[in-house]
Design a protein. Structure first.
Length: 421
């Protein structure tokens, strides 16, 4: 049979195709021939789901991600992993592939911020079997609150950190406690008083307790003996808590870092308030850092009540968070006899320089005799309710601040914009 004569154009196209194929193969070979250690490092720099996707590149890459992640001590399924638009089934499949390919006997951290509630039983059992130290489960994205945590979770004696969000926490009848647990952070968790009390009793190493918008119950009934080791305490939300938060916190004899919101400050009332401690002022001798969230028009009144009725003799750091348009003056007189002998650093977030905030800055500059720095953080541009200063106004405000009287000659006033995303 006669061969068909090739034209000049077809010959050129054929050469171009061969050149492109050769270049493609060269690129593939160049990357694929890199040592495993370098490829592992490349995979470690990209998001988890992207690392799994490299398995389709070539035979060289097919099992590579498994080798790297099989020995990891941190399984982190949140961040970019949690915000991906992949389907529920694809997400679960990837997590299961990681779980089944893991070959170390222990892991340090299992973090899951997803809505894959039906598969949580197997994953928690996997983490417990690996003697996990930190478990962080966040079901905020789920349409339904997780009604019951996997039972195996409560037998994990290796656990040191437990963080739960948007679920129910009810301890089983047979609960021997977490002998190594140091940190408990609960956010929007349904928990009854008896479960919290049992956790405090049977977790003797617990020193960091955070309760954010959790169930309401009379906190004043919790025993002081159960709180003796708490060194860091955060209380945010819970409208019924505020009525007895003063009684609760008066039992935290060794707390060093205290974080409360304005709603909680409302419970630090003057003598005579029905649920307040009887002897004022109450002293928390070990508090070195106090963080306050100021949220509504009663904030200043509650803030000054707090300073009037509670004594923090060793306070070194104070952080105050303001919300725009919420800091209206309530008429409460500043406590005249209050002096801060150890306060060295103050940070005020949400500072926009109105009269009420300037009065508070003046108050601390006059009362903090060892103050080193007060940092005033202005809201980011575009924040609702905040008008950005122009350069001239900003300079004038700074001059005003520098002219304020100071009890500490070394006190510096720093103004900076909020850089958090």
């Amino acid at each position: 049979m006669r061969k068909k004569k090739r034209t000049g154009r077809s010959i050129v196209q054929d050469k171009n195709h061969k050149n492109m194929t050769h270049m493609k193969n060269q690129d593939e070979d160049h990357i694929s021939k890199l040592p495993d250690a370098i490829l592992d490092h490349i995979l470690s720099l990209i998001p988890l789901k992207c690392a799994v996707s490299t398995s389709i590149l070539s035979k060289r890459w097919k099992e590579l991600w498994k080798t790297m992640w099989a020995d990891t001590t941190t399984l982190d399924f949140c961040g970019k992993f949690a915000t991906s638009d992949q389907s529920y089934h694809d997400t679960c499949d990837i997590i299961n592939r990681f779980v089944h390919s893991h070959r170390r006997s222990t892991i340090d951290t299992f973090r899951l911020h997803l809505d894959c509630v039906p598969d949580i039983q197997e994953w928690v059992e996997f983490a417990v079997e690996k003697r996990v130290k930190e478990i962080d489960l966040d079901f905020t994205k789920s349409m339904y609150r997780l009604r019951k945590l996997p039972p195996r979770l409560f037998s994990c004696d290796s656990l040191t950190i437990l963080k739960l969000s948007d679920c129910n926490l009810k301890l089983p009848l047979v609960f021997r406690g977490f002998s190594s647990l140091r940190v408990v952070h609960l956010t929007r968790v349904e928990i009854i008083q008896s479960s919290l009390e049992r956790m405090l009793v049977y977790c003797p190493m617990l020193e960091d307790l955070a309760l954010k918008s959790c169930s309401d119950f009379p906190m004043s009934e919790i025993s002081a003996a159960d709180l003796k080791n708490i060194k860091s305490c955060l209380l945010i939300g819970g409208c019924n808590w505020s009525a007895n938060v003063g009684s609760f916190l008066s039992k935290l004899a060794h707390v060093q870092i205290l974080t409360i919101c304005q709603m909680m400050m409302h419970g630090f009332k003057v003598p005579g308030y029905e649920n307040a401690p009887g002897n004022f002022p109450i002293t928390l001798p070990d508090v070195i850092e106090l963080q306050l969230e100021v949220l509504n028009i009663h904030s200043l009144s509650d803030f000054y009540d707090l300073l009037t009725n509670w004594n923090f003799p060793c306070l070194e750091r104070l952080m105050v968070k303001w919300s725009p348009n919420s800091c209206l003056w309530s008429g409460r007189v500043q406590p005249s006899g209050c002096v801060f002998h150890c306060l060295k650093m103050i940070e005020m977030n949400g500072f926009y320089g109105d009269d009420k905030q300037m009065q508070m800055v003046t108050f601390f500059l006059e009362k903090a005799v060892k103050l080193d720095t007060i940092v005033l953080v202005t809201p980011k541009e575009g924040t609702e309710g905040y008008v950005r200063y122009d350069e001239a106004s900003f300079g004038f405000l700074h001059e005003q601040l520098l002219l304020l009287p100071k009890a500490s000659r070394n006190a510096r006033v720093v103004i900076q914009e909020d850089e958090r995303r």
